[in-house]
Design a protein around this ligand. Structure first.
Ligand SMILES: Nc1ncnc2c1ncn2[C@@H]1O[C@H](COP(=O)(O)OP(=O)(O)OP(=O)(O)O)[C@@H](O)[C@H]1O
Ligand SMILES: [Mg+2]
Length: 588
């Protein structure tokens, strides 16, 4: 399955979602905030109503009180207006504060759902996407959406309502004048519709290059050891510079795109006001219009065009949020392709692992396994040998269902491997990876990773459990025993020690099948003998799969498989296997 976020999004970008669908998708994120949103919307309506009432009162005051020189009436209306402005201020403030809160909560839950999605996705997804780009989606893109929600959305809707109200009033006061005043807005609307996709595209490109930049930074930080050892700071500096320059250019383009609307909108509203002024004065001269009415009319024009001018910036922010939301929703739309399927067939097979004509290739890669079949019996020890890149790790990954076979069937304990849930499967299989993966913490934390049953044990109890599993002697390789700190980024722990931790972690879970992928490659001979003894002492029913280059480790295997060029064949005796490894071919 194609899990590449950047590849697929290019195609998706060409075909934009309709505005309504995008809006609805955005609204679903804050559906939990219904009560707060209702309050916020009420505030918006109140605010818009108050600002629409203002010009009418001003016009009325001029026509009835100012012209009649009734100063008491004038004072009273001024007081009413002041009261309205104070209420509008309070409502505005409360609404801003509330939206800030909603925005932060939304950001929180959005980041949560993106991160939860990452937890659900299979290894394939992580092979195809760079960590830095994912981090950028979790941090930057969600923040862009949040910015729109907390800062712009309410102003956006408020502006829309005020504009709508003012537009209607303009038409009611005087239809021809109203129509003339609103015509520039029609052109602005058409202009906006035409340039919006361009604005969104520019923002998308800018976010994408930001993701790329973040991936570059992440990669050079993760590999700083190699960078320093090979003294290739210049190489990473250049790559960083390229990514940074690209991001700079894309951001400038996005900035230009975001700012195109403002001058055009300002021009449009000026034209609108000019039209009203000239037409209005002509109407007054002709006696169709009072001065007060013209002042109200001009105020409503401002009430229409001021929010419209604001809309220019808000609309750009909206396009930016949509571009960010596209990137997030693309990630959220992925489903784990390793779904659990019901095992329909009755298998009479009793072996523990059974590969039936299994073929496998990585996405966009050549076939690594071609129609291979083999069986692993309970309680036996198997060795997988073969040249580098032959497919040993791939085979082990299929046994642990890190990937699904492209063709064929894999049975685990007599059932289709795809019928187990990930918990059930992980319980049965202990996999010590070629590159042990640890987390920052202590040795104890790392041994207990993925083992909730033991997580409450005290250090003494845990040591007893390790003793019972006959692996406590390995703890001696750590200066402070269980409490030895583990740092992932720096030094402080050797590769061999990492492998020991991975070993203890796997054995303590008492798996039915233990897979060791080059697990002893970095361990001294004495410790390796210790590990061998531990392996021998595992319960009789434990099946062992050992992948090794060092031949002494496979001497005691019950059966040796040779993995190469898409094939897995029985290598026969140890001597025959040796011959295969040396010459890469079978005797027959
Ligand atoms: N994540 C991946 N994506 C694409 N191709 C991969 C991936 N992992 C491995 N391959 C390819 O699959 C083939 C088999 O790789 P695999 O890691 O299984 O070999 P191996 O026998 O374990 O080698 P080694 O002895 O070096 O560990 C190689 O050609 C490799 O390039
Ligand atoms: Mg390997």
């Amino acid at each position: 399955m194609n899990y590449n976020l950047n590849q697929a999004s290019d195609k998706k970008a060409a075909k934009k979602l309709p505005l309504v669908v995008s809006l609805r998708k955005l609204i679903t994120i804050i559906s939990g905030e219904r009560r707060n949103l209702i309050i916020a919307f009420t505030a918006i309506f109140l605010n818009a109503g108050l600002s629409l009432l203002g010009p009418y009162l001003v016009g009325y005051t001029i026509d009835t009180h100012v012209q009649a020189k009734d100063y008491n009436g004038l004072l009273m209306f001024s007081a009413i207006l002041l009261g309205m402005y104070v209420i509008a201020f309070v409502v505005n403030y409360a609404q801003m504060k509330m939206m800030g809160g909603i925005g932060q909560r939304m950001l929180f839950s959005l980041r949560n759902s993106v991160f939860n999605k990452l937890q659900e996705l299979p290894l394939d997804f992580f092979n195809q996407n760079k960590a830095g780009d994912l981090i950028s989606r979790i941090n930057n893109d969600t923040d862009k959406v949040n910015q729109f929600f907390s800062q712009s959305l309410m102003r956006f809707i408020g502006s829309l309502i005020t504009m709508g109200g003012a537009g209607i009033i303009l038409l009611i006061i005087n239809l021809p004048l109203g129509l003339a005043a609103l015509t520039p807005a029609l052109f602005l609307w058409i202009f906006t519709k035409v340039v919006s996709p361009w604005i969104r595209r520019k923002n998308e490109a800018s976010l994408k290059s930001l993701g790329y930049l973040s991936a570059e930074i992440q990669e050079s930080l993760a590999n700083f050891r190699v960078v320093i050892t090979f003294n290739r700071r210049d190489y990473f500096m250049k790559r960083f510079n390229d990514a940074n320059t690209e991001n700079y250019k894309k951001s400038v383009h996005a900035g230009i795109a975001n700012n195109t609307l403002t001058p055009v909108y300002t021009f449009g509203s000026n034209i609108g006001q000019l039209v009203v002024l000239s037409l209005g004065i002509w109407l007054i001269i002709k006696g169709y219009f009072s001065i007060g009415l013209l002042i109200s009319f001009l105020a409503y024009i401002s009430n229409f065009y001021n929010p419209l001018r604001q809309m220019a910036a808000l609309w750009a922010s909206f396009q930016q949020a949509l571009a960010a939301w596209d990137r997030i929703s693309h990630l959220l739309s992925f489903e784990n392709n390793l779904s659990i399927v019901e095992d329909q067939n009755q298998h009479i097979n009793t072996s523990y692992i059974h590969f039936r004509e299994v073929s496998f290739s990585y996405p966009n890669g050549k076939e690594v396994l071609h129609k291979v079949s083999f069986e692993l019996e309970r309680g036996k020890t198997y060795a997988f040998v073969g040249p580098t890149g032959g497919g040993k790790t791939t085979t082990a990954s299929l046994i642990a269902r890190l990937y699904d076979a492209t063709k064929g069937e894999i049975l685990l304990d007599g059932k289709d491997i795809r019928s187990y849930d990930s918990c059930g499967r992980a319980k049965k299989i202990g996999f010590i990876l070629q590159e042990p993966i640890l987390f920052t913490g202590t040795v104890r934390d790392n041994i207990l990773y993925g083992n909730p049953e033991c997580s409450d044990l005290t250090n003494d109890q845990l040591e007893d459990a390790l003793k019972e599993a006959k692996i406590s002697s390995l703890l001696r390789r750590f200066e402070k025993g269980l409490d030895t700190p583990v740092q992932i980024t720096g030094d402080g722990i050797s590769l061999g020690q990492k492998q020991l931790i991975a070993f203890m972690r796997a054995i303590l879970r008492k798996p039915e099948l233990l897979i060791l992928d080059e697990a002893t490659a970095n361990i001294d001979t004495v410790t390796e003998q210790q590990l061998e003894a531990i392996l021998k002492n595992l319960p009789d029913s434990t099946t062992r799969v050992i992948i090794a280059h060092r031949l002494n480790t496979i001497e005691n295997a019950d059966q040796i498989f040779f993995v190469n060029s898409g094939e897995i064949i029985d290598a026969g005796s140890f001597e025959e296997a040796l011959d295969l490894i040396m010459h890469g071919k079978t005797e027959s």
